[in-house]
Each structure stands twice: as C-alpha cells, then as structure tokens.
Design a binder for this molecule. Sequence first.
Ligand code: DAT
Ligand code: MG
Length: 148
Amino acid sequence: MERTFLMVKPDGVQRNLIGEIVSRFEKKGFQLVGAKLMHIPTELAEQHYGEHKERPFFGELVDFITSGPVFAMVWEGENVIATARQMMGSTNPKDAAPGTIRGDFGLTVGKNVIHGSDSPASAAREIGLFFKEAELVEYKKLVNEWVY
Ligand code: DAT
Ligand code: MG
C-alpha cells in the first residue's frame, strides 16, 4: 500500500487546523500510520526543502517552517500521494480550488497550511527524514473492507 508524508505547517497549527486536516484524510478513507507534533531543527528543514536551495525564497521558507511546531504525519492508502496533493490544492492558495485545503484555508503562497510529498521518491525520502521505522504503526482497520 502506498504511503505519503503530510505535514500541517506552523500556520496551520497556530490556526487550530490540525483536527480539520486530519479529519479530511480520515474521512476520505486513508489510514494514519504515524504522527507527531514537533519543532523542525534548521538542519532538517534545509534537508527537507533541499530541492529549493537555490530559490530566492529558500531562507524565508526555512525560517517559516522552523518558526513554530508542525504536525508531521504518514498516511497510507491506494494512490495516497497524488490524491493527497489534489486534496491540498495548488501551491499558491490563490490558485487553489475551493474545497481543497489550501483553497479553503490559505491566502498566500508562503503560509499555505500544509505540505505533502509530490512523488513516490519524495515520499520515501521525506518519511525517512522525519520518522524512524519504529514510529510507524502497522494495523488493520475493519472499515477498510468498506473502503476497498
Ligand atoms: P508544494 O508545497 O506545493 O510542494 P513547492 O515544493 O514548489 O510547493 O514549494 C515548497 C514551498 O515553498 C511551498 O509550499 C511554499 C513555498 N514557495 C513555493 N514557491 C514560492 C514562491 N514563489 N514564493 C514564496 N514561497 C514559495
Ligand atoms: Mg513540494
């Protein structure tokens, strides 16, 4: 089963959106396999956003993501990587459709509420950066017989 890394960013935590966001993925039918509230150390933030190192907004991005606690999660399910990206909406909330997380809760590209892995390779990399194997919980949910 596919897994992805999702994270409520510091703005989402401060705005009390953890429950709302977790609820959307739960209701969709995805399964939570790991989660923690944490401050991201600067080195981890720089690794996580390594692909953006040369972008003009890199410093701002690292400052923002380390500015307060985030809620880091691993979710599992059929096609969860691409579907979670659709549920998040476009990177810039002004382009994100209503009904998506960024479309419903964000106004600016900097503070766009949620992060989600954009490919199987980045999901594997990001899950490995944020979670130890022992922090990920394998379990069966009976409701999955009604999801799949
Ligand atoms: P996403 O978070 O949708 O995967 P991304 O990987 O291109 O988007 O960028 C990572 C984050 O960097 C994004 O969530 C917000 C910030 N960002 C992206 N483009 C930006 C820009 N032009 N100005 C300021 N921040 C930007
Ligand atoms: Mg990205």
